[in-house]
Design a protein. Structure first.
Length: 396
């Protein structure tokens, strides 16, 4: 078995529990190793820091699965980790009769780096983010079938990840009923029917469940503008919460069609308007018309890497400014970031500056993060990738 020796100045994070070994941290590689092989990680003195899977083409060549040199990364380990992850969700009350859209395995958060497993009704969506996981695909799919007995398993591994890692993902149904073409599930009692063809993430943004629940509580009697609405999960929550009206905006016509169908499925169409348009243009137009009582800005990932962080912060500031324009004085604005490179502090500063740019002041009332079925190791700050602010927009 090959080994990776880490440079002296890069040992501390790994020793403290960070699961990634970055390329710039590697002093040398000893012994033969092919893509996907198990590797022992050592410090400069030969002390074992852990054992992981090798991704030679990645900026993260090794992701650690164990903290010793003897435990193999085999079927028994995957079985134990997946079983523990399922128990962790069960203790959270997930899944339930009211919510069967759940993240069952959250990669590093469940000690299975690179592996994501979401349950969406009776279908399971899986993402295998490394070549090491892809080589163990059969074992993983067998375990999902054994523990969950889904009607089908669908592979939603992003093409970009697969290309970087050096493999071709197997998209579509890989186990079970190949006639299926959509997810059918419920979240907090709201019904969703989402075609596989939409293709965002694993099929649905299960991580925003806590924010959607809060927006539902706040929506009563308010005029609501939901930008970057996708399939309308936030908009539906606001409508069910008693919003006076809900304006859902997205650039994708297929996504809006699905959103409208889900609104009808839940008997909420009467209160909702769906518009295909540029979100920023709609926000700026809303500001010229007096604004909305509650505005939501949850854009796609603006900073896919730390290299893109500075430009993303500029764009987030501009978006916050447009969001403040669209919110009536004293109204509520929600701004979200799904980029780990933009944490809660960076997001807060961007919102503060955006508000100032349009002569307003943003008063932070609440902060939100990904749901508890997306656990984050304390030594792994990159795992906290989603954050949102609920602010009151104050003018004068």
């Amino acid at each position: 078995m090959g080994s990776v020796v880490i440079k002296a100045g890069h040992v501390q994070p790994v020793w403290a529990g960070h699961p990634w070994v970055f390329a710039q941290a590697i002093q040398r590689i000893e012994g033969g190793a092919a893509a996907g092989d198990e590797m022992v990680v050592l410090d400069g003195r030969g002390n074992t820091l852990g054992r992981g899977l090798y991704s030679p083409n990645s900026a993260i060549p090794v992701r650690l699965f164990t903290r010793d040199a003897t435990t193999p990364i085999d079927g028994a380990l995957f079985a134990a980790r997946i079983e523990r992850a399922l128990l962790r969700r069960k203790e959270l009350g997930l899944p339930s009769a009211a919510t069967n859209a759940v993240r069952l395995v959250h990669a590093e958060g469940d000690d299975l780096p690179g592996l994501v497993i979401d349950q969406l009704g009776d279908v399971v969506a899986v993402q295998m983010g490394t070549i090491g996981l892809k080589r163990r695909e059969g074992v993983i799919l067998d375990l999902i079938t054994r523990f969950l007995k889904p009607r089908a398993i669908i592979d939603r591994t992003p093409l970009t990840h697969a290309k970087t890692e050096g493999f071709t993902p197997t998209h579509g149904v890989v186990r079970g009923d190949t006639t299926l073409d959509a997810f059918d599930f419920v979240e907090r009692g709201l019904k969703f029917h989402i075609p596989f063809s939409l293709g965002h993430k694993t099929g649905f943004y299960v991580d925003q469940r806590p924010l959607r629940a809060r927006i539902e509580e706040l929506a009563r009697g308010r005029r609501v503008l939901d930008t970057y609405s996708f399939v309308g999960a936030v908009a539906l929550s606001a409508a069910r919460g008693g919003a006076k009206e809900v304006h859902a905006v997205d650039a994708s016509a297929p996504a809006l069609e699905v959103a409208a169908e889900c609104a009808a499925l839940n008997g909420l169409s009467q209160r909702m308007v769906f518009e295909r348009a540029d979100a920023v243009e709609v926000l700026n137009q809303a500001g010229r018309k007096g604004g909305y009582d509650l505005v939501i800005c949850d854009p796609p990932k603006l900073a896919p890497s730390r290299a893109a962080r500075d430009r993303a912060l500029v764009n987030m500031r501009k978006l916050a400014a447009s969001g403040c324009r669209a919110t009536r004085p004293g109204g509520l604005l929600v701004v979200c970031s799904c980029s780990a490179a933009i944490g809660i502090n960076e997001l807060t500063r961007a919102v503060a500056l955006g508000a100032r740019d349009v002569g307003a002041h943003a008063l932070v009332l609440e902060r939100f993060f990904q749901g508890p079925d997306h656990p984050v190791p304390a030594a792994f700050p990159e795992g906290l990738y989603l954050c949102s602010l609920l602010v009151e927009v104050v003018t004068g």
